[in-house]
Design a protein around this ligand. Sequence first.
Ligand code: 6LW
Length: 580
Amino acid sequence: MQKTYSLLQKIMACFSMLLLSSCIKISENSKHNKKENIAAFDWFRYEGNDAIYKTLSADKEKYLNPILAGFYPDPGICRVHDKFYLVNSSFSYFPGLPIFESTDMVNWKQIGHVIDRPEQLDLKLAVSKGLYAPTIRYNKRFFYVVCTNVDAGGNFLVTAKNPAGPWSNPIWLPEIEGIDPDIYFDDDGKVYITHNGPPPNNISVHEGHRAIYMMEFDLEKSKTVGESKLVVNGGTDMSQEPVWIEGPHIIKKDGFYYMICAQGGTEYNHSEVVFRSEHIFGPYSSFPNNPILTQKHLDKTRANPVTTTGHADFVELSNGDWWSVFLGCRPYGDDLYNTGRETFMLPVKWKDGWPEIVGGKEPIPFQFKKPNLCSSKENISPMNGNFIWQDDFNSDKLDFKWNFIRTPSEKWYSLEKGKLLIKARKETIQTETNFSFIGRRQQHLNFDVSTKVDFKLQNQSQTSGLLAFQNEKSYFLLGNRLNDSGKQKVFVERVSKILNNEKREIVAETDLQENSDSVLYRIEGNAGLFNFYFKENENDSWILLLKNSDATILSTKLAGGFVGTYLGMYTSGNHFSTKE
Ligand code: 6LW
């Protein structure tokens, strides 16, 4: 009995040893596998160096334009006591609708995103679809943001007690067609939503013919009341065939309702115009001196042009001064800009019952006298001017500057021990998915961006590296990959509609000498020309892989769409197994 028992015991012991060792193997393997599928980014450095800022002398009385540099279009602004809040469009980037707070309107601190939970919205869309043109307003202890999720639900409203969040889930507004909703709280307690929509009876009298409609909104029931009423047909003057009337905002002053709107389309001919009426639903008359903001008539060859200005919102300070925020672009060539549409600011002056943006039809100044507000003492990370920004990934949360493309459906990244670990998944840049990319905006015409990544390449499909991205048809990827004989190559892949008919093309490639898993990447951007560098050790000098590559392919003019260039970290387990 005893013998049998001890024999059994021995057998059991052997078996469990076997099991344990195979378990150890499995866990070692999975640990190994885990590492092998993970790109570990050590740090990310962004430096912006625009020549224009060097020509301006430091002046404590003045602020810099743009107030938010880089892709921050369609600004909406409101004031609550002594604080200002500003939101921007973000299209299919997640988290969506960045929100900023300021006490002096000069230093803007990002306090969060209005859309930051996947349950709020699932952005599974083309890059320039998704979240367009939000309006932010405050009424009786609540903040309201109305916005459009283009091609995925349409117009919606979200609310919050704290602008830093949490914001509610969307209340969808199916009765409201079109885009660019505004919410207006009248003195009598009534609420109105004003928006862009198709021309009356869906009949376009000319190309780009749109209209502005208004609807009452029942706040308690969170429902629209009655029908949308036409308030502006076409724009300022139908005989001039105005195009793309949009982005309305309602303001009340001295017994008049003012409606400011963008007109001309969000390109070179963009402008801001104003209408007024004694009654909320109109009739609205157009200001005889419209537009109140545009750069379209100015000499195209002027130095340091700001173009495309329009899509404004107004805010009144507690001292009765009025200011306007609006979008504009900083081209480096003939209507070429990679930085997208940015947020600018200028004062508003009222004269004879009409508002005008001060100097709105002259070249937009890069420096202007500050609003009459106390300067913020807080140390706020700069949103304009020349600066260096580095993330060493020592926090347990991603900085608000980082974005994903589309809503993540799984957690494929983590911050661990000073590294940002990103899983190389099957998704690639070419797919309209939430591929493994974490990026930030290009905020300067001239920039220098670099990162260090450790990634154990196991097969020829994988890659990781630094991505300059406008959309899946317009990007540069600087990364590494394995060749047929297991040697590591560092490469630049380019995709462009203009240069190579949207085909993926390796435009530069060389061997990595050490075949180690760690590579440093750097892209130096000089307006429309990019240089690509790499090295294998921090202390080495950078090796130039590709010089003066034509980066106009990342401009809005050539890439299309409404966003600006993102720079960031990318990895995929499948990048080279999917041929386009
Ligand atoms: C936005 C429209 C516009 O909905 O561009 O500049 C569109 N104005 O109002 C996208 O940002």
